[in-house]
Write a protein that binds this ligand. Structure first.
Ligand code: GAL
Length: 329
C-alpha cells in the first residue's frame, strides 16, 4: 500500500515537472566562463552586449537576442532574471522592433542597457541604433513600466550632438545613472543622465582615447574605466584607467590581462559590483563574439583582482559567486 502511494506521488511529481518544463531547470552552482550557459529552459542565454540592473533582490540582464530563426527585419532584446547571477530565467524578448528610423536592411540595434528612473518609475532602455554602414551613430530609447517589458520605442538622438556607437552603463553607489559612449572623432565620453533618464543631463568628461565596450566601476573610492580597442568583433587587449572623480583626471590606460591573451578572446561589456555582508566582488562581464554563428556567442564573466588603482583579469576558471556575502571563489 505505502509503496503504491509512493509510486503515485513520484509519478505525479515527474508529470508536474514535465508539464511546467522545470525538468530542464537544473540548479547551477558554478559560472563557466566561455561555455554554453543554459537558462531555466536549458537554452543558451542570448543576452549579448548586455546590461544588468538590480531591482530589490533581482538582477535583470538585458542583451542582444541572437538566437536562430528570428525575423530578419526585426531586432530583439531579451530579458533574463536571477537572484544569484548564476541561474537565469528567460522573461521574454522585451523588444521586438522593426526598423524605427528607416535605416534600411541590416539596420543595427546593439548593446542595450536599461536604467530605472525613480522619478518617472519607468524602465528606460538605451541602445546603439545604426544603419548597415554604421553612419547613423545614434542612441535609441525605449521605455516600459515594468522591468520585463514590453519596451516601446520613443526616440533616437546623438548624445550632446556627438556620434555614438558602442554604449556602456554605469550606476554609481548613490544611484546616479551614467552612459558611456564611443565617439569616433573625439573619444570616450562619460555623461550623466537626467532624472527621468530620457536625456543627457551633463558631460562628466571626455577621455581622448578611442575605446569601445566602455564599462566603469566605483570601488573603494576610485573609479575604474575599462575599454576595448576598435577591432570590431575581433578581440584585443582591453585596458583600464582610474580617476578619483568621473570628471578625471584619468590615469594612463594599462592592460587588464597579458597583452597576448587578447582579453582571453572576449570584449568588455560591463563591470558589475557585487557587495555583500562579507566582501565586495567586481565581475568583469565580457562577450566572446562568434560573428558567423552569433547565436553561439559566449560570455566571459570573471571576478577581477582590484584595489589601490590596479585591476587585473586573471585567467578564466569556473567560479562560484555568492551575492549575499559578496564573495567569489
Ligand atoms: C564591435 C562592437 C560590437 C559590434 C561589432 C560590429 O566593435 O563592440 O558591439 O558593433 O563591433 O562589428
Amino acid at each position: 500500500m505505502i509503496k503504491k502511494i509512493l509510486l503515485k506521488r513520484i509519478t505525479m511529481a515527474v508529470m508536474t515537472l514535465l508539464i511546467t518544463g522545470q525538468v530542464y531547470a537544473q540548479h547551477q552552482k558554478i559560472i563557466n566562463p566561455g561555455e554554453v550557459w543554459p537558462d531555466n529552459r536549458g537554452e543558451h542565454i542570448q543576452a549579448h552586449g548586455g546590461g544588468i540592473i538590480k531591482i530589490k533582490n533581482t538582477y535583470y540582464w538585458y542583451g542582444e537576442e541572437r538566437r536562430r530563426g528570428l525575423d530578419s527585419n526585426k531586432r530583439y532584446v531579451s530579458c533574463y532574471a536571477s537572484k544569484d547571477l548564476t541561474n537565469w530565467t528567460f522573461k521574454g524578448d522585451v523588444v521586438q522592433m522593426t526598423d524605427p528610423e528607416n535605416l534600411g536592411q541590416r539596420w543595427v540595434l546593439e548593446r542595450p542597457k536599461v536604467f530605472y528612473s525613480k522619478k518617472s518609475r519607468q524602465y528606460v532602455m538605451y541602445f546603439h541604433l545604426d544603419n548597415a554602414t554604421y553612419k547613423f551613430a545614434r542612441v535609441g530609447i525605449a521605455v516600459s513600466d515594468r522591468p520585463d517589458g514590453d519596451f516601446k520605442y520613443l526616440k533616437s538622438f546623438r548624445p550632446l550632438e556627438h556620434e555614438s556607437r558602442d554604449i556602456g552603463q554605469f550606476i554609481d553607489d548613490d544611484g546616479t545613472p551614467y552612459l558611456v559612449f564611443e565617439d569616433r572623432p573625439l573619444g570616450f565620453h562619460i555623461v550623466r543622465l537626467s532624472d527621468d533618464c530620457l536625456s543627457i543631463d551633463r558631460e562628466m568628461c571626455l577621455i581622448a582615447e578611442h575605446m569601445e565596450g566602455g564599462a566603469i566601476v566605483h570601488y573603494n573610492g576610485l573609479y575604474y574605466a575599462i575599454g576595448s580597442a576598435l577591432t570590431g568583433w575581433k578581440p584585443n587587449p582591453n585596458r583600464y584607467a582610474t580617476a578619483k572623480t568621473l570628471e578625471g583626471p584619468w590615469s594612463e590606460f594599462k592592460d587588464i590581462a597579458p597583452k597576448e591573451k587578447n582579453t582571453y578572446g572576449s570584449q568588455s561589456t560591463l563591470l558589475l559590483k557585487v557587495s555583500g555582508k562579507k566582501d565586495t566582488t567586481v565581475l568583469f562581464l565580457g562577450d566572446i563574439w562568434k560573428p558567423k554563428e552569433q547565436w553561439d556567442s559566449r560570455y566571459l564573466w570573471m571576478p577581477v583582482q582590484i584595489g589601490d588603482g590596479k585591476l587585473w583579469l586573471p585567467e578564466p576558471t569556473p567560479f562560484k559567486i555568492d551575492v549575499k556575502n559578496g564573495t567569489a571563489n
